[in-house]
Design a binder for this molecule. Structure first.
Ligand code: XMP
Ligand code: MG
Length: 183
């Protein structure tokens, strides 16, 4: 796809690359203070969280192992159903670890609520969530997310790791996808 075609598919830029960078540095400073001297494991949720993880982990002033989980939720392509299937499990045993789940976005919250329950059953010492984006008005379950980047309106967004049909992940900003693309 060429740049002009991509522009036609977006209605608005919601969060810019610069805003994301500044926010992740701010969140990394908070996380660094909160986890000083602790055994922290970062768990990214594939594939949407790849960019957040890459920039957040590099903003941290210490090493924290990264692991990845791939899940899929059934249902219409722009909505989550809450029925979650593990596509790729972690390589790490979470027992006794301090886990920080790194997510791109909390929409209905259904995926994360399932993940939190799943991780609790693995005996983690603590579990917290960092999400770059959150749609408070779309919440179907409340997620206790300690580190939130930006609250955004209920619109389908793409960019910075977020895709529609595997497209737009490489955009540097987060933008609203034009409804003509998916309707
Ligand atoms: P839920 O609704 O379970 O969302 O909180 C879970 C996952 O759905 C994806 N998601 C989106 N992906 N634009 C996207 O590209 C969006 O606006 C959007 N909302 C939800 C995302 O992978 C999230 O982790
Ligand atoms: Mg995701």
């Amino acid at each position: 796809m060429r740049a002009a075609e991509i522009q036609d598919d977006l209605t608005q830029i919601l969060v810019t690359e610069e805003q994301i960078k500044a926010k992740l540095e701010e969140l990394a400073a908070r996380v660094a203070a909160d986890y000083e001297g602790k055994d922290l494991v970062l768990v990214g949720v594939l594939k949407g969280a790849i960019m957040v993880m890459a920039d957040f982990a590099r903003a941290l002033p210490f090493h924290a192992p990264m692991d990845w989980m791939a899940v899929s939720s059934y249902g219409a392509s722009t909505k989550s159903s809450g029925v979650v299937q593990i596509r790729k499990d972690l390589d790490t045993d979470l027992h006794g670890k301090h886990v920080l789940i790194v997510e791109d976005i909390i929409d209905s919250g259904l995926t994360l609520s399932w993940l939190l329950e799943n991780f609790e059953s693995r005996g983690a010492e603590s579990i917290e969530v960092l999400a770059l984006l959150r749609k408070p008005e779309a919440a179907k379950v409340e997620i206790d997310c300690k580190y939130v980047g930006f609250d955004i309106p209920v619109e389908f967004v793409v960019g910075y790791g977020l895709d529609y049909a595997e497209r737009y992940r490489n955009l540097r900003d987060v933008a609203v996808l034009a409804p003509h693309v998916y309707s």
